[in-house]
Design a protein around this ligand. Structure first.
Ligand SMILES: *[C@@H]1O[C@H](CO)[C@@H](O)[C@H](O)[C@H]1NC(C)=O
Ligand SMILES: *[C@@H]1O[C@H](CO)[C@@H](O)[C@H](O)[C@H]1NC(C)=O
Ligand SMILES: *[C@@H]1O[C@H](CO)[C@@H](O)[C@H](O)[C@H]1NC(C)=O
Ligand SMILES: *[C@@H]1O[C@H](CO)[C@@H](O)[C@H](O)[C@H]1NC(C)=O
Ligand SMILES: *[C@@H]1O[C@H](CO)[C@@H](O)[C@H](O)[C@H]1NC(C)=O
Ligand SMILES: *[C@@H]1O[C@H](CO)[C@@H](O)[C@H](O)[C@H]1NC(C)=O
Ligand SMILES: *[C@@H]1O[C@H](CO)[C@@H](O)[C@H](O)[C@H]1NC(C)=O
Ligand SMILES: *[C@@H]1O[C@H](CO)[C@@H](O)[C@H](O)[C@H]1NC(C)=O
Ligand SMILES: *[C@@H]1O[C@H](CO)[C@@H](O)[C@H](O)[C@H]1NC(C)=O
Ligand SMILES: *[C@@H]1O[C@H](CO)[C@@H](O)[C@H](O)[C@H]1NC(C)=O
Ligand SMILES: *[C@@H]1O[C@H](CO)[C@@H](O)[C@H](O)[C@H]1NC(C)=O
Ligand SMILES: *[C@@H]1O[C@H](CO)[C@@H](O)[C@H](O)[C@H]1NC(C)=O
Length: 792
């Protein structure tokens, strides 16, 4: 634990200011250290002028200008060193065993995923061995190692030496290295420690290494997901060498500092190297993958959860361990292995849903999410970052712009991410006791990630973000100004901008429903509250007035109402056109007009409304307590109707609630683009189930609050919403085994919608099949979202 003095001073000031003693028998005296007030139970004063905190009951020591825990560091001539390797074992002294390692094995044939972490690093290894029914043209034997540090990794593709695809299998073995993964940790005096994993793998037949990529996960994804792209400037830098008992591949990154190394060795020397062609006989090999780059500090299951939620560790060990593998002190990552780095939307949606169980305070999960987003705000225009580019890929991207720099970069193309930030800030800094007590110190923290933000505090960056939101929201809020033109549009030149960020996600629409009807008003409500508390600088009365206009005057643009007879005709047409054998139209289950809200406005094919029934009304239910009563009553009623009706009449299927239903769109483009194989088509998303369930629960809970909305007194609507809540939960409970997946689909057989992995369906024309992440942050939200038995 290394602590900068700058942060300490903040802690101290706050501690003293808030320490008006109430009802305590023992009041500790405030002492003074070099002019700074402190409590001796919380700090040690060195040389009468230097404070180091006492953490978990153990004092930290001083080393030059830093404080450190002697368990993790030693101090040499005022410089911190990683603790020495007193407990090392293994042949070359580079392997240490620690009792505090965490491992996880998740199998999803043909992929086997192994995770290993300890106090030095975190690694994931994915071994792919084709199954008898795998398509051998696209599925080859492969090993991937992924690290969150620098979003780095290694991909190694193998081919059977006899050239017959399907004959080579790879297996990972338990060995003296680990079960099956063990750590590599080599401290270096003049560079970052080399870390990684060591294991044993077995080839069932002779093999050649066909492609190796060393460096960034983004470079690997460009090869795996793109048109098998290999960049000479990356590939030609791989050095192949013979080492004792085998071969080693190493590549110096474009930063000229970091090296990624892969070695494959065996006791009986059966690996051969001819130039860059590596051959292996069948047998067992030691597989070592390592790199020397600064590491993130992982949050253990205990660290990532609040103390009150610690029981989840034993109740849901797989989910809590997965959450821990994605969570670090400076950011929560979105998924492993492909998205093992910062994504703003994923981390904030997850934090909002998981908030009741996440750890708070300094070093906790919520602050990691908030800090991750604030650090990356574009200070020029206030946009929040969607995805970061770091490590070797950042240096490479800078070079494409003729810039020699390793500085991280950010992608700001999404428009929704901006709005989640004030909402999450308000829910933490204002609505929780720990958050409130941390507010001034947290907002006073200086940014350290993007060079451009270095002189700004988190408070400055949140004001800059809020300035953008308020400036964009003002025109629509002005009297007489509620026009389509004044709604929020996607950025020019972008076809995506919110969570449905695939080609047909919102059908080419320019004006998305979720952003305009839910995220903007919810962000404005939060900005008003933060302003009232003095954390942002706006007239909160005025911002609340804006919010009300955005709450009450946006839905009307998106309303779709199809009268009964027309709706029934469209269902029959869709069912016939879908070509799905024996699919029932469900037309006889309709009893009146079908109403829903369009996914977006101004779509492809000149559609003024993208008339796809969908689940995005969950954002309003989850984030807002709207007060326009007729609108609230009718919108809740239509949500409930759409949830409880079976697809294609509504959204419900045997595998869960679909996120989109194109059946009521009259243009053939709808059925063609929202299919059961499209990422945002007629498919089920775990976190959407969670947000809808929680959203309906929150709205129903208003019926027993101080200000009861009108729908609570409308017996048919109230019963309809309550019924939909229970239909939804029955379906969630029936599909428990899939809830940790990001997205899944169905095939219709024997009169039922049966589960199928989305990756097993051929992708829509023009899209390549995407491998799913075995662990996805926002698919862990059912850790915090549970059925409310009182609503049964
Ligand atoms: C295997 O994948 C290739 C490439 O996508 C495809 O052309 C081929 O039809 C697939 N084979 C089978 C049997 O699905
Ligand atoms: C064998 O696998 C390789 C790599 O996966 C692929 O490029 C090739 O097309 C496959 N050959 C056949 C006949 O499927
Ligand atoms: C490796 O050991 C773990 C327990 O440490 C066990 O669960 C697993 O089945 C073993 N794997 C193999 C391939 O033997
Ligand atoms: C560790 O890596 C970072 C990033 O490449 C580099 O800036 C730093 O100099 C390295 N540290 C040491 C001690 O070499
Ligand atoms: C790395 O070294 C090469 C060769 O000396 C140099 O051209 C390049 O600018 C260096 N890259 C960085 C990021 O310093
Ligand atoms: C290795 O590469 C060199 C130069 O490209 C070539 O002359 C030589 O024949 C290659 N050796 C083998 C064994 O392929
Ligand atoms: C930040 O915003 C400004 C103004 O919109 C834009 O010019 C700049 O390109 C953005 N920065 C990045 C890294 O996208
Ligand atoms: C980088 O420099 C090259 C050579 O001078 C030039 O052709 C290219 O357009 C430049 N690229 C950018 C993005 O400025
Ligand atoms: C940060 O530095 C930039 C120029 O380097 C300056 O324009 C800006 O005003 C500074 N911001 C603050 C809050 O000091
Ligand atoms: C009303 O909308 C127009 C058109 O977008 C805009 O130019 C004007 O500034 C808006 N009025 C106010 C008071 O914001
Ligand atoms: C804040 O806004 C309200 C409503 O727009 C206005 O009546 C009030 O005068 C404003 N307060 C200040 C201090 O500007
Ligand atoms: C039903 O929808 C039609 C438009 O399709 C509309 O004119 C009519 O008012 C609606 N009826 C009800 C009861 O909402």
């Amino acid at each position: 634990m290394k602590i900068q003095m700058r942060e300490l001073v903040g802690v101290l000031t706050l501690l003293v200011l808030q320490s008006t003693p109430v009802n305590t028998d023992f009041v500790e005296e405030i002492e003074v250290c070099g002019g700074a007030p402190y409590y001796a139970s919380k700090y040690t004063c060195y040389n009468s002028d230097f404070l180091c905190p006492i953490l978990g009951g153990s004092p930290t020591m001083r080393c030059g200008a830093d404080c450190y825990s002697p368990r993790a560091y030693s101090c040499l001539e005022d410089h911190l060193q990683e603790a020495s390797l007193s407990d090392s074992t293994g042949q070359d002294g580079s392997y240490i065993r620690t009792d505090e390692s965490t491992t996880l094995h998740l199998s999803s044939p043909p992929y086997d995923n192994y995770f290993y972490s300890d106090c030095h690093s975190t690694s994931q290894m994915v071994v792919t061995s084709p199954l008898p029914d795998s398509n051998l043209t696209i599925m080859g034997p492969r090993v991937i190692v992924a690290w969150p540090g620098g979003n780095s990794g290694i991909a190694a593709y193998f081919a059977p030496s006899n050239g017959v695809n399907g004959t080579l299998g790879i297996r990972v073995l338990n060995s003296t290295r680990g079960s099956p993964l063990g750590p590599i940790y080599k401290p270096e005096s003049s560079n970052n420690a080399t870390v990684g994993i060591s294991t044993q793998i077995e080839f069932n037949t002779s093999a050649t290494l066909s492609v190796a990529i060393l460096g960034s996960i983004r470079t690997i994804r460009d090869f795996v997901e793109g048109p098998s792209l290999l960049r000479p400037e990356i590939q030609d830098a791989i050095e192949y060498s013979r080492i004792d008992g085998g071969i080693e591949l190493s590549r110096l990154w474009l930063d000229n500092i970091t090296t990624t190394t892969l070695s494959i060795t065996s006791e009986n020397f059966s690996a051969q190297l001819d130039n860059a062609t590596v051959r292996f006989e069948a047998g067992v090999y030691t597989f070592n993958a390592s790199f020397n780059y600064p590491q993130l500090t992982q949050l253990s299951s205990k660290d990532v959860l609040s103390p009150d939620s610690a029981d989840l560790i034993s109740q849901s060990p797989m989910q809590t361990t997965s959450l821990s593998f994605l969570s670090y002190t400076t950011k929560l990552t979105a998924g492993a292995w492909r998205f093992l780095t910062y994504f703003g939307r994923d981390s904030m949606i997850s934090a909002l849903l998981l908030q009741p169980v996440l750890s708070e305070g300094e070093g906790g999960a919520i602050e990691a999410v908030l800090a991750g987003v604030l650090e990356r705000v574009n200070k020029t225009d206030g946009s929040a970052c969607h995805e970061e580019t770091i490590g070797d890929y950042a240096t490479w991207t800078n070079l494409q712009n003729n810039i020699t720099s390793t500085a991280p970069l950010c992608d700001y193309k999404m428009i929704d991410t901006d709005y989640y930030l004030p909402i999450l800030m308000e829910r933490y800094l204002l609505q929780t006791p720990v958050g409130s007590s941390r507010a001034s110190e947290f907002l006073g923290t200086a940014a350290t990630v993007l060079p451009k933000n270095l002189n700004l505090t988190y408070g400055d960056l949140s004001q800059i973000n809020a300035n953008k939101i308020v400036a964009l929201a003002a025109p629509f809020a002005a009297p007489g100004n509620q026009t389509k033109e004044n709604l929020m549009h996607l950025k020019n030149g972008e076809v995506v901008g919110e969570w449905r960020d695939s080609t047909y996600g919102i059908g080419g629409g320019r004006i998305p429903f979720d952003v305009n009807t839910a995220l903007v008003p919810a962000a404005l409500r939060s900005i008003a509250l933060l302003s009232k508390a003095g954390m942002l600088d706006f007239n909160s009365t005025m911002i609340n007035e804006y919010a009300e206009v955005w709450e009450d005057r946006t839905l009307e643009f998106f309303e779709v109402s199809v009268d009964l007879e027309e709706a029934q005709n469209r269902l029959e047409d869709y069912t016939t056109a879908s070509g799905i054998k024996d699919l029932k139209s469900q037309a006889d289950t309709l009893d009146g007009n079908v109403t829903f809200y369009a996914l977006a406005l101004d779509g492809d094919s000149n559609l003024s409304q993208v008339a796809v029934m969908n689940t995005d009304d969950c954002f309003r239910h989850f984030l807002l307590n709207t007060t326009n009563q007729p609108q609230l009553t009718s919108s809740l009623n239509s949500t409930a109707n759409n949830i409880r009706r079976t697809f294609p009449a509504g959204l419900m299927t045997d595998v869960g609630m679909l996120v989109a239903n194109p059946a009521y769109g009259s243009d053939p483009v709808y059925a063609a683009n929202w299919t059961n194989s499209a990422y945002h088509g007629t498919v089920v998303w775990s976190w959407q189930l969670a947000m809808m369930a929680r959203g309906l629960e929150l709205q129903l809970s208003r019926c027993s609050s101080g200000t009861v909305p009108e729908f609570c007194g409308d017996q048919s609507v109230h019963a309809n919403v309550k019924n939909a809540y229970n239909v939804l939960w029955d379906s969630i409970e029936a599909n428990t085994e899939y809830l940790s997946n990001e997205v899944w689909s169905w095939i219709y057989e024997d009169g039922k919608f049966n589960y199928i992995d989305l990756g097993e369906l051929p992708p829509p024309e023009g899209e390549s099949p995407t491998e799913s992440d075995i662990v996805q942050l926002w698919s862990l939200t059912f850790l915090a979202v549970a059925r409310n038995k009182d609503l049964h």
